[in-house]
Design a binder for this molecule. Structure first.
Ligand code: CP
Length: 329
C-alpha cells in the first residue's frame, strides 16, 4: 500500500453526538458519544487487533499516517500504549509526551496554536490536558480528529473503553454485574467515564469513598435518573462479598488544593490478600494504574487481579480506535 492509498478524514462539522454512523474522521471526546452498538463495534476490532499482535506483532494498516501525542500531564500507560498502538499499525508518532516544557508551550504558545501546528504535520492528535473541556476546545479548532486522553478531573474516555472491554473479556458479560468503585471518586476521571459508560447496561453500582471524595452530585443524579441500583459507603467491607468488579483508584495528591485534606484520606483503602479471601471466587480487581498503595503487591498473584491484563487491553482498544477514526478498520 502506498501513502496515496491512506484515506484523509473529511473536514469535521462538529462533535458527533454518537458514533453509530461511523468513527471515520470523528473526535473522541466523551463516553457520551458511545452507544452499545458502537462499543460492540470497537470491542470487535480490538479483539482482531489482539489476534494480529499475537500472531504477527504488527501490520501496515496505517502505514503513511502520523499521530501526534500531546501530553500536558504525566502519563505512562496512555501515552505509551497510543505510541505502541500506532507503531504496531505501521504508522508513526510525534511524541510530545515527556513534558510540554520541552515544546513551544513553554514559550507561552496557546492550546489552539499548538493544535493547529500539530495538525499540519499529523493525521490525528491525542491530547491530555489538566483542564476539564480542553479536548472539546481543541476539537473546535482542529480540522483533524482529536482524541481525549484525559482532561483534568473531567473524562478519560479511552480508559473507560479499555475498562469495559476488560470486564467483558474477563467475565463474559456486563449486564447483571455488581460493579464497586473504590477510592477517589470525586476527582477520578476514570471513575466518571466508566460510570457513564455503564449507563447503557443493566448493572448494580456501589461507590466506596471517604466523605470528601464522594462521586460528584451531578453524576450521582444521572445514575439515579437511570434507576440503576446504587449504594454509597465508606467501607470496602460493605461491598467485597457482592462485587463482581472491584474498580480501585488512587487518591490523587495532584488534585488537592489543600494538602492537609490529602493527608487525611491518603492510604484510606488497601486491598489485601486477607480482604480478597472474602471476595467472590469469580470476580476481578481492576485499577487504571498507577497505584500508590491501594492494592497490596501480594494481591498481584491472585488470578482475580486483572489490572495488568486491563493495562495490556489498552493497546488493543487504542489500535481499534486509531484504525476506526482513520477509516481503516
Ligand atoms: N491509566 C492511566 O491513564 O495511566 P497513565 O496516567 O499512566 O497514562
Amino acid at each position: 500500500m502506498s501513502t496515496k492509498d491512506v484515506p484523509r478524514p473529511p473536514k469535521k462539522v462538529g462533535l458527533a453526538p454518537n458514533l453509530n454512523s461511523g468513527f471515520y474522521g470523528q473526535d473522541i471526546i466523551s463516553v457520551s458519544q458511545f452507544t452499545r452498538e458502537s462499543l460492540d463495534y470497537i470491542f470487535g476490532i480490538a479483539e482482531e487487533m489482539r489476534a494480529i499482535v499475537k500472531r504477527a506483532g504488527s501490520t501496515d494498516l496505517l502505514k503513511g499516517t502520523v499521530l501526534a501525542c500531546l501530553f500536558y500531564e504525566p502519563s505512562t500507560r496512555t501515552s505509551a500504549s497510543f505510541i505502541a498502538a500506532m507503531s504496531r499499525l505501521g504508522g508513526t508518532v510525534i511524541p510530545i509526551t515527556q513534558g510540554v516544557q520541552f515544546s513551544s508551550v513553554a514559550k507561552g504558545e496557546s492550546l489552539p496554536d499548538t493544535i493547529r501546528t500539530l495538525e499540519s504535520y499529523a493525521d490525528m492528535i491525542v491530547l491530555r490536558h489538566p483542564e476539564v473541556g480542553a479536548s472539546e476546545i481543541a476539537a473546535r479548532y482542529a480540522r483533524k480528529p482529536i482524541i481525549n486522553a484525559g482532561d483534568g478531573i473531567g473524562e478519560h474516555p479511552t480508559q473507560a473503553l479499555l475498562d469495559l472491554f476488560t470486564i467483558k473479556e474477563e467475565l463474559g458479560q456486563i449486564d447483571g454485574l455488581a460493579v464497586a468503585m473504590v477510592g477517589d471518586l470525586k476527582y477520578g476521571r476514570t471513575v466518571h467515564s466508566l460510570t457513564r459508560l455503564l449507563y447503557s447496561y443493566d448493572v448494580e453500582l456501589s461507590f466506596v469513598s471517604p466523605e470528601i471524595l464522594r462521586l460528584p452530585l451531578d453524576i450521582m443524579n444521572e445514575v439515579r435518573a437511570r434507576n440503576l441500583p446504587v449504594r454509597e459507603t465508606y467501607d470496602v467491607a460493605d461491598v467485597i462479598e457482592i462485587a463482581d468488579v472491584l474498580y480501585v483508584t488512587r487518591v490523587q495528591k495532584e488534585r488537592f488544593s489543600d494538602l492537609s485534606q490529602y493527608e487525611e484520606v491518603k492510604g484510606c483503602y488497601e486491598i489485601t490478600p486477607e480482604l480478597m479471601e472474602r471476595a467472590k471466587e469469580k470476580m476481578i480487581v481492576m485499577h487504571p494504574l498507577p497505584r500508590v498503595g491501594e492494592i497490596h503487591y501480594a494481591v498481584d498473584d491472585d488470578p482475580r487481579a486483572a489490572y495488568f491484563r486491563q493495562m495490556e487491553n489498552g493497546m488493543y482498544i487504542r489500535m481499534a480506535l486509531l484504525a476506526a477514526v482513520l477509516g481503516k478498520a
